[in-house]
Ligand binder design. Structure first.
Ligand SMILES: Cc1ncc(COP(=O)(O)O)c(C=O)c1O
Length: 405
């Protein structure tokens, strides 16, 4: 069976993890701090906070901004559930909007959804493709939009407008107008989950990029405390001889990254630009070359003049089919030894959100994208032979299926 997206666990990773184990310092410590600095340098942000997931990062930023009951957060219907779940955790209301043919949020739809209750917009760089950053930033800075912003916390007063918090779970290394994701909005949250381009097994990071008068490094320091119980000293500082005494200044969370996880991240980041991204690009190019002659295939958008994807998901769509037909095609692909996937079931179509009253058919483009989409295997160790098998199997299955309907 060709797997979908196994991580690369080679000697370099194992040696770095073993090195961490041998130091005896396995929780948050020097390697996490180094990983944060190297991430900030990679995309050029003033500060980065590493956590145990992207979900934790999204939630801590909503809470930092004071998002609470009665507030609204605008997000695309086409995303993973965690983008919406964190809004629910804060007691606020997720306001879903429909997406474009390229899977990303449509700015005109955001504009229509803004009310006096809107506190945050959470665009998603779906599959690694950067969203319309300039248009979103321009929208939240427009005088008439700012005039309706109802600031209820110090942070909201200081920003004076809707915050743009990017779910960049897929898009580390993607570029937009010459900049990398991480510095394109107020804050951006990456995921280092096992299937992501850059993994730490489980993990995530918040890249801070708030405008003046915010001090991003101070926010980083405050959130280090908030994501570790509200404790004034981290475990490493407490371990210094005689330095055991600590205080709890707020009822904080337990979201910190471990040095074991950071060890994996350091190795992966060190070879990300020169090794991982080119390999993923090569796989995308191969699939695109194979499918471009198939008139039933709709290929993913990977590059335009002003932006380039991080090559996270190869989202093949099949023209003219419905959800059941897609599911049947996938079963046949699996039966021939190739693991495929679907990204994503639109959040309004999931049971919990349906019970809240959302209806996936209110987001026709999200539903259309979902019902025709199949994500193909993309991972570092995918061999040329495996790539060929994937393309051969997909073409054979789809063409046989379409002949029969
Ligand atoms: C778009 C999107 N947002 C958020 C997340 C959550 O990431 P994590 O598992 O690191 O919390 C994921 C994970 O798959 C995702 O795909």
């Amino acid at each position: 069976m060709i797997p979908f997206s196994p991580p690369r666990i080679d000697d370099k990773i194992i040696d770095e993890v073993v090195d961490t184990l041998r130091t005896g310092w396995i929780s948050t410590g020097p390697k996490t701090k180094r990983f944060e600095k190297e991430l900030s340098a990679y995309y050029g942000a003033p500060a980065t906070l590493c956590l145990n997931s992207a979900t934790a990062g999204l939630e801590i930023m909503l809470r930092w901004f004071g998002v609470t009951e009665g507030d609204e957060v605008i997000l695309p219907a086409y995303t993973y559930s965690s983008t919406a779940n964190v809004v629910i955790h804060c007691g606020a209301t997720p306001v879903f909007v429909d997406v474009a043919d390229n899977f990303n949020i449509v700015v005109a739809n955001i504009e229509k959804a803004i009310t006096a209750r809107t506190k945050v917009i959470m665009p998603v760089d779906f599959a690694g493709y950067p969203c319309d950053y300039d248009e979103i930033n321009e929208l939240v800075n427009r005088d008439e939009i700012k005039a309706h912003f109802n600031a209820t916390t110090t942070e909201q007063q200081l920003l004076g407008r809707i915050m743009v918090l990017v779910d960049a779970a897929h898009s580390i290394g993607a570029t937009y107008k010459g900049k990398r994701t991480g510095v394109l909005a107020d804050a951006s949250v990456f995921s280092f989950h096992a299937v992501k381009n850059l993994t730490t097994a489980e993990g995530g990071a918040v890249a801070f990029n708030l405008p003046q008068p915010f001090d991003n490094e101070q926010i980083y320091r405050d959130l280090c405390i908030r994501t570790l119980h509200g404790q004034t000293k981290d475990a490493l500082a407490k371990m210094q001889p005689g330095n055991w005494k600590y205080d709890i200044v707020e009822a904080g969370y337990k979201y910190n990254m471990t040095d074991i996880a950071a060890s994996i991240g350091l190795v992966e980041l060190g070879r990300y630009e020169e090794d991982m991204l080119p390999k993923r690009r090569l796989i995308f190019d191969y699939y695109t070359e194979r499918f471009s002659s198939c008139e039933w295939a709709q290929l993913p958008l990977v590059k335009e003049a002003d932006r380039e994807t991080s090559y996270h998901l190869y989202t093949l769509r099949i023209k003219g089919i419905n959800e059941e037909q897609r599911d049947a095609i996938m079963q046949q692909i699996f039966a021939k030894g190739v693991s495929v996937n679907v990204h994503f079931i639109p959040v309004p179509g999931l049971s919990y959100y349906k019970k809240l009253g959302y209806n996936v058919h209110d987001y026709p483009k999200a539903y259309d994208n979902y019902s025709r989409e199949i994500s193909l295997p993309v991972f570092y160790n995918l061999t040329a032979e495996q790539m060929k098998t994937v393309a051969d199997v997909v073409i054979e299955v789809v063409e046989n299926y379409l002949q029969q309907v």
